[in-house]
Design a binder for this molecule. Structure first.
Ligand code: SAM
Length: 279
């Protein structure tokens, strides 16, 4: 079937599909936005793309035209009739009807032969952060993530020190990825229309990671430093060796009364490395 937003609309009605708010179902019905996402994602023909939540397949069918293979996870199995119809012409799309958060991605991607691994999706907003954290924590070897997210969440991804959006999530993501906003997206391009504005962001894996000596310690330090955002490092990091922390802070003209939100990733890296040295 040739794709058009009107056809998808009719198809959803034909199959008596009911949108489920609890699954964050806001489908894109503007072909220009989908084309822009595809163009800006720069997917090469030897790429395996993972899509979380194909919905009615609007993005999926365009992904399949440029990628080698598309692997989708969809929690709502009542979408299977719609997806079977919309995607019937493609032989390079697999759909697993499962909660992505419970999936075994490393196992599922084993059977494919590919050069690049991308995640491209219009994410269900209620689980944006858990989805991204799953990709990081399970060390899925993704080269690039291109996702539509709620604007406020996307702003946190790319936030810089000293801004209100900067927090532990910004550091986790910026440690691994170069983050860039690709598109602003109006709420009017979705069915049903959400209450929030959206942006499309790309997270491209960094070639050179920050020189962290003990990654567990680094991430724990970040979590603990931001545990109460309004508190100082002295308060949030009571269980750490404060002398060592202060020594590093002093080099940057800070002391323990500083809040985590003021500190760059480089300073956190230095603190973590100082803490990991046995004296
Ligand atoms: N990609 C479609 C589009 O852009 O029109 C739909 C995007 S909609 C914002 C999010 C999709 O994610 C829905 O199809 C929803 O059913 C699915 N979804 C929600 N929670 C999920 C989960 N835990 N695992 C997999 N899919 C999920």
């Amino acid at each position: 079937m040739e794709y058009s937003p009107k056809k998808i609309h009719e198809l959803l009605e034909y199959h008596g599909f009911n949108f489920k708010k609890m699954f964050g179902q806001n489908f894109i019905v503007d072909e220009n936005i989908i084309d822009s996402i595809i163009r800006k994602a720069k997917i090469e023909s030897d790429t395996l793309v993972i899509e979380i939540g194909p919905g009615a397949g609007s993005l999926t069918n365009k992904l399949a035209k440029v990628a080698k293979q598309v692997l989708c996870y969809e929690i709502d199995h009542t979408l299977d009739c719609v997806l079977n119809t919309v995607l019937s012409d493609f032989h390079n799309i697999d759909i697993i009807y499962q909660d992505f958060l419970k999936s075994d991605i490393l196992h599922d991607i084993q059977k494919y032969d590919y050069q690049h691994l991308y995640v491209v999706a219009n994410l269900p907003y209620y689980i944006t952060t858990p989805i991204i954290m799953k990709l990081i924590e399970e060390q899925i070897p993704v080269d690039k993530i291109v996702v539509m997210v709620q604007k406020e969440v996307g702003d946190r991804f790319k936030a810089k020190p000293g801004t209100k959006d900067y927090g532990s999530l910004s550091i986790f993501l910026q440690y691994y990825f170069e983050i860039e906003k690709l598109l602003d997206v109006s709420k009017h391009v979705f069915l049903p229309k959400p209450n929030v504005d959206s942006i499309v962001v790309s997270l491209t894996r960094r070639e050179n990671l920050y020189p962290v000596e003990n990654i567990q310690l680094f991430f724990q330090l970040i979590k603990d430093s931001f545990v109460q955002k309004r508190k100082t490092l002295r308060n949030n990091l009571k269980n750490y060796d404060l002398d060592k922390i202060e020594k590093v802070l002093n080099q940057y003209h800070y002391d323990l009364s500083v809040r985590a939100e003021a500190l760059s990733i480089d300073i956190f890296v230095e603190i973590a490395n100082e803490l990991s040295h046995i004296t």
